[in-house]
Design a protein around this ligand. Structure first.
Ligand code: MG
Ligand code: MG
Ligand code: MG
Length: 309
């Protein structure tokens, strides 16, 4: 039986690239493996579609039910992000770069999780250690995945290992200008024209419980803030509607990845608390926070502290 290599639900570029890369690695070791993803090809996010097209690779096949299958997981080990009936599957390997999730197994498995910026950084090391050559097209999507997960090295999650892996992969893929590749991906990912306001707010959105208060935070990564200049009022109205649905505070990080900062738009029962948390003042509906790139590392922990969590 073929091992299905699959990344997390709502797949991002790392989940897709790591699935293709690890499936190829397993095949090179003589195992029967295929890349899968938890999406149909048409619904895949625009950035990943662009990356696959650029390097001439097909999207992995869709898997929706894991029952009875042999699985290898990439870019996650949380059951909540797995295909349906994961408990009736046989998980044989995990390659990841997140905190260890709640997966358990009945037998020992291959498990390689490292505190680096991207799963493809871990995979690059596995190829090197095994003396297996990475095909040119697969090196290209692995490079793209690292640039995406580390926001072109600007995220605080980026490590020296990620940068070294990018150098290796760019040489194999024949990519001489990684910034140009990143900008092509960013253009795809930050396309906002014609997208419904609520879809933009929820494109990359999470709710948190902060000391009994429901706090929501979305993030849009943009090449320039001008991209949303015409829709700021509509975004603000959208945030007010999201807040009206039982939330204390709703924030939208309009992150300018070129200027390396975030225009933080928010509505709150206590705007002063949010201003105080970030040591800034609202200028209209938002405030510029220099250097803010990561919700996980720079936005949520600061808010949690302000809410007394
Ligand atoms: Mg991911
Ligand atoms: Mg990742
Ligand atoms: Mg991400």
């Amino acid at each position: 039986m073929s091992i299905c290599v699959v990344g997390h639900s709502n797949p991002d570029t790392d989940s897709v690239a790591a699935a293709i890369s690890f499936a190829n690695f397993l095949k090179a070791q003589g195992k029967d493996a295929k890349a899968c993803m938890q999406s149909d090809a048409a619904s895949l996010n625009p950035e990943s579609k662009t990356v696959l097209a650029r390097f001439g690779l097909a999207a992995p096949e869709q898997i929706s039910d894991a029952a009875g299958k042999d699985l290898a997981l990439v870019d996650f080990s949380d059951l909540g992000q797995a295909p349906a009936n994961i408990k009736e599957a046989n998980v044989v390997a995990v390659v990841d770069h997140h905190k260890i999730g709640d997966l358990t197994t009945n037998e020992p498995i291959y498990f390689n999780a490292q505190p680096v910026g991207c799963t493809c950084t871990v995979l690059n090391e596995m190829y090197k250690n095994s003396g297996i050559a990475i095909p040119k097209d697969i090196a290209g999507i692995m490079l793209a995945a690292i640039l995406s997960d580390t926001v072109n090295y600007k995220s605080p999650t980026c490590t020296d290992a990620d940068k070294a892996a990018c150098d290796d992969l760019a040489a194999i893929a024949g990519v001489t200008d990684k910034d140009e590749l990143f900008m092509e991906m960013l253009k795809a990912k930050s396309a906002v024209a014609g997208v419904p306001i609520k879809d933009l707010i929820f494109r990359d959105y999470k709710d948190f419980d902060m000391n009994g208060n429901k706090v929501g935070c979305g993030q849009l990564e943009l090449a320039a803030l001008d991209q949303v200049a015409d829709m700021r009022d509509d975004l603000y109205k959208g945030l007010q509607e999201v807040k009206a649905d039982g939330r204390h505070t709703v924030l939208l990080m309009l992150t300018d990845v070129v200027k390396e900062g975030t225009d933080l738009m928010f509505v709150s029962d206590d705007p002063g608390l949010v201003e105080g948390a970030f040591g800034s003042k609202l200028d209209g509906n938002s405030m510029w926070i220099d250097g803010m790139m990561s919700r996980k590392k720079q936005t949520v922990p600061v808010l949690q502290k302000a809410f007394g969590c």
